[in-house]
Design a protein around this ligand. Sequence first.
Ligand SMILES: O=C(O)COP(=O)(O)O
Ligand SMILES: [Mg+2]
Length: 232
Amino acid sequence: MQDTLSYDAAIIDLDGTMVDTLGDFAEAINRMLGDLQLPPIDAGHIEHMVGKGSEHLLRSVLRHVLGQSGQAHDALEIEALYPAAWESYQRHYLSINGQFAQVYPGVREGLDALRRAGLRLACLTNKPTAFAQPLLRAKGLDGFFEQVFGGDAFARKKPDPLPLLKTCEALRTAPERTLMVGDSSNDAQAARAAGCPVVLVTYGYNHGQPVRGVDADGFVDALTDLSPRRAA
Ligand SMILES: O=C(O)COP(=O)(O)O
Ligand SMILES: [Mg+2]
């Protein structure tokens, strides 16, 4: 049980923390690869590439499939494919957003308990804001958050501390009283550098690495394990 006694607010990550979006990523990516006449990629590979935003994801996917198909693939070739890949991926992602994704057990109850305890909530994801907002709406999670910021909302993404500091500013809370809840080393590194306490869920995506090896203040198996007491 993670004690929220001294927190005024919580910043919650999206992919791998609130919603299991691997199915959405796999569907949109494989439709994009089909458009580009490239071979498909397994969800297992995609899982290790998620967390650093869509641009990083697409470049990792292109590098992987070009390598698999034995085609020469230097950075220039990946960049030459990138604009068409991004256009296709964005179109497909928006058309299926949420259809192959599930809210993790305990998320609604956990968020509800945090809200009832008086904590202010923001969602901060590396996913583009234009993907994040409709996904939260489709899953009935949008009403919990005062603010929703995507990976394109600020000049730099997590693991840089800037998005967390900007989110604290928007919530008008001090970083040391604002709990970051995420699923990966990105979230933890950003929180450490911003001066926010950080708890990681044990079920998300952590670039294929064991999450308990990440430097964090605690780990929970569900958001319901975050104790919902507010700061005095
Ligand atoms: O789109 C991604 O890279 C995932 O983003 P998130 O884990 O920060 O929500
Ligand atoms: Mg995540």
